[in-house]
Ligand binder design. Structure first.
Ligand code: NDP
Ligand SMILES: O=C(O)C1=N[C@H](C(=O)O)C[C@H](O)C1
Length: 251
């Protein structure tokens, strides 16, 4: 049986280079193209790619994913920058290419996916919650896609449970001191040499604190998730947002 033909877009980057190695090492997959900055997307169709792994930059991702969808190439996307408007554009595009699947994974790390799930579960039990994400200083965006998604999931869980807004009596502050407001959840971004990708979710109640922390120590930590996405995407037409949909978290 022929192996799925996989391409990596952003192959010259930190994640892209790791993904190239991971796909090359996977016996059940074939790497047919590795595109860097300046390479034409036509190389994907030229190489007969069936699945593209997209790991570039928030400014590039939309064009790349649109090209793939229009050409019936399944997409496994790790790049951040997915606003509601961009997701709406993609949702409009996908029916024109029935059978094509797009996975957008804010984080491919299994532990990071579990962090989001545990934070969702804890959200309604605590009065206060803040998210702190910590990354290497070469990261293009802030807050991280993972932190934004975590905060959105927490906020939705709190709203569903009827939780009131969390207490915060701050009446004066330097701009930025209370972080970014994501659906009512403060999100703080640290950029520090030596870090890779880390996140803490802090929950506070009367007399107790619950901290959920995840650390990606290297980019290899994301590769089992990338390969899972690659292996599953052809059987998942349409848009899948979050790797949790390919994991049996309730099993
Ligand atoms: N979902 C997840 O689990 C993870 C997601 N990420 C996300 O993945 C993205 C990439 O991260 P990272 O690898 O650290 O970033 P890097 O800057 O190391 O790599 C991005 C690469 O993409 C290249 N690039 C940019 N635009 C294009 C394009 N149109 N075509 C081909 N190549 C292009 C860049 O080239 P140049 O250098 O010339 O700009 C660079 O080589 C980020 O959005 C990051 O947040 C990162 C880690 C995990
Ligand atoms: O840029 C990174 O490094 C990472 N980006 C993703 C994000 O923004 O959430 C995933 C992970 O945090 C690493």
């Amino acid at each position: 049986m022929s192996k799925p033909r996989v391409a990596v877009i952003g192959a010259g980057g930190r994640m892209g280079a790791e993904a190239v190695r991971a796909v090359e090492s996977a016996e059940d997959l074939e790497l047919v193209a590795a595109l860097g900055r300046g390479d034409s997307l036509d190389a994907l169709t030229g190489a007969g790619a069936e699945i593209a792994v997209e790991l570039t930059h928030p400014d590039s991702v939309m064009e790349n994913v649109e090209f793939c969808v229009r050409n019936g190439i399944h997409c496994v996307v790790g790049t951040t920058g997915w606003t509601d408007e961009r997701l709406a554009t993609l949702r409009e595009l996908l029916p024109g290419s029935p059978g094509t699947g797009v996975l957008i994974a804010p984080n491919f790390g299994i532990g990071a996916v579990l962090t989001m799930r545990f934070a969702q579960q804890a959200a309604r039990f605590f009065e206060s919650v803040e998210v702190v994400e910590l990354h290497h200083p070469n990261k293009a965006d802030a807050p991280s896609g993972t932190a934004a998604r975590t905060a959105q999931l927490i906020a939705a869980a709190r709203e569903e449970a009827g939780c009131p807004p969390q207490p915060d009596a701050t009446s004066t502050a330097l701009e930025g001191a209370r972080g970014a407001d994501v659906d009512g959840v403060p999100v703080h971004a640290v950029r520090l040499r030596g870090l890779v990708a880390h996140q803490e979710v802090l929950f506070g109640g009367e007399g107790e604190i619950l901290t959920i922390r995840h650390d990606s120590m290297n980019r290899g930590s994301f590769m089992p998730g990338v390969l899972l996405g690659v292996r599953r995407i052809a059987q998942s037409p349409g848009l899948t947002f979050g790797l949790e949909h390919f994991l049996d978290l309730d099993g």
